[in-house]
Each structure stands twice: as C-alpha cells, then as structure tokens.
Ligand binder design. Structure first.
Ligand code: ZN
Length: 299
C-alpha cells in the first residue's frame, strides 16, 4: 500500500489498518539521514494524513537498524532547496550571510517540526536503534513515542560548538537536569533512561515494536476523531502556555549566534573540533590556507 513510490522516494505512505496511516522513512542504507528530499517527502506525507478525513492516527516509523542518524549535512544528491516547494514564510533563495542560514533553518528545521508537532491528529513515533540529533526532532514532534529496548537517543551538537538541535525540546522531554546532562556530555540516553524521565511512553523488545505501535494506533483510532483532535490540542496548548514556544524561539536565536560565531572563527557554521580526526586535519589545513591567503593580500 505504497502509492507515493517514485525512483527517488525516501518516504513510504502506508495504511496498515482502518483509520491509521503509517509514514515510513525508507533510507536504511543511510540510516535514514534526513536531507531535503526526505524532509519535503515527510511534509507531503504528514499533509496527506492530515487532509484525509478517513485517517485518525498517524505512525512515524523507520526502516532498518536505526531510526535516524539526523540531518544529512552532506546533501543527498544534487538537488538544492530551490528544487522543493517552500512551505514556510521565512525562506528566500537570494539571501546571504546569517539571513540565509536563519531563513533556511527556519524553513526546513524549526517551522517544519512545529508544523508536524501541530498536526491535528495524534501521532506515534516508533523508534529503534540510534536516534541522533535531528532524529530526535522527528521523534519529539510526535505525541507518543514507543521505542525498542535497543534504542538510544543522543544530541552531540555541543561537540560542534552548537547549543542543541534546532527544535530545542530537551527540557520538556527529559526534565531540566537530565536535559543538561544529555546536552553537556553528548552521551547517549538509553531507552530505559528515556522511559524513566518520561520521554517515551513504552519500551518493548525490537521484534514487538511494529505490532505494539499498530495496536496502540488501532485502539486510539476507535475514539471520536474530533475529540482526539481537541484532546491533542488541549495538551499541546498546556505545554505552550508554559512557555515552550517562547523558549524555543530564544534558543533558536542562540543556536544561530553560535553558527555565526563558528563561521567567523572557523569559516564554517560548526566548530571543526567535533569532526572525526581525519576530516578535522583537512579542515584545519583549509582554514590555515585561507588565513595565509588573506594575510598575503594584506587583509
Ligand atoms: Zn543549525
């Protein structure tokens, strides 16, 4: 039941049971790293589920060993974001400097996640294996999270001179102290720790993940559609009047201050000290060359 398939499709749209849609990230060879193609395919799939009155519950799942390796910073193919329909109101193609990066991250990260988080229907993430950085944002936008007992959650962006991923939900997911530990140390949070701190609803053996999530979705799908939507909005509204959105917007500014700082110091939006050793040496050599060229020109 996949009628979104195309040669470049990285996302499948399935209807595994009445009133249930399942959106599957299907790029297992790249550990479901999320590039532009996947981002806009996910958005299309979420829209489709939202607009179909027959669908009451939406599952977000991932094919393969790992849920998501995070954002695909290397790009996935030759497409640029000019090749995709912009859905927000911030981004433009011709901006430069910090404006370009802010607009781009607002479009493809922050506002995209906010839109998915605010989808009118209940969503359930089924997480297995590794869920890293941008992958957290995909799980966190869902209303419920069920994970396998081998799942781990990690935000390592401090190693790259950044204060957490763009959709900054860590304190809401884990509580203040565990969120700080996760961010300061860049250590993995285990499935058991995630459950203990309220970040996930259930931890199940890997072999039972799909069936558990589907059963949960089917149970929810027996409830009245409008009451489900209103209940979701009620709980989300409670979180928002507690300041979630305000806090996220503040952190997004800090996030971009750090991108710009790294650009000024290293000539790239991330601190290269976080890169693997082999890559790091090449990057520092490139930075030194650029500095020497500038000095030779008397700049
Ligand atoms: Zn960023």
């Amino acid at each position: 039941m996949n009628d979104m398939a195309s040669p470049t499709a990285q996302v499948r749209y399935e209807t595994p049971a009445p009133h249930v849609a399942r959106i599957v990230m299907a790029r297992p060879e790249a550990h479901n790293a999320q590039g532009l193609q996947m981002t806009y395919e996910l958005n299309e799939a979420f829209n489709r589920a939202a607009h179909d009155d027959d669908i009451k519950v939406v599952i977000l799942a991932a094919e393969g060993r790992n849920f998501s390796a995070g954002h695909d910073l290397s790009g996935d193919g030759k497409k640029t974001w000019r090749d995709f329909p912009i859905v927000g109101t911030w981004a433009g193609f011709d901006a430069s400097g910090a404006e370009a990066r802010y607009g781009r991250e607002m479009e493809i990260y922050l506002e995209m996640c906010e839109r998915w988080r605010n989808l009118s229907k209940p969503t359930i993430a089924a997480v297995q294996g590794k869920c890293i950085a941008g992958g957290l944002m995909l799980a966190w936008v869902c209303d419920l999270i069920v994970c396998s007992d081998d799942a781990t959650f990690k935000d390592p962006v401090i190693d790259f001179g950044i204060c957490g991923v763009e959709f900054f939900n860590h304190p809401w997911e884990l509580g203040i102290r565990k969120a700080k530990e996760m961010l300061f140390t860049a250590d993995e949070v285990t499935a058991q720790e995630a459950a203990q701190h309220g970040m996930v609803n259930r931890v199940v053996p890997r072999a039972e993940l799909e069936a558990t999530v589907l059963a949960m979705a089917q149970k929810i799908a027996t409830k009245p559609a409008f009451a489900l939507k209103a209940t979701k909005q009620a709980v989300n509204h409670v979180q928002d009047v507690q300041g979630r959105r305000n806090a996220q917007m503040h952190v997004f500014s800090l996030h971009h201050l750090l991108h710009t700082h790294n650009e000024l110091v290293y000539g790239m939006p991330m601190d290269p000290n976080g890169l693997p050793e082999t890559v790091r040496e090449k990057v520092f050599a490139r930075i030194a060359r650029a500095k020497a060229e500038k000095a030779a020109k008397g700049e």
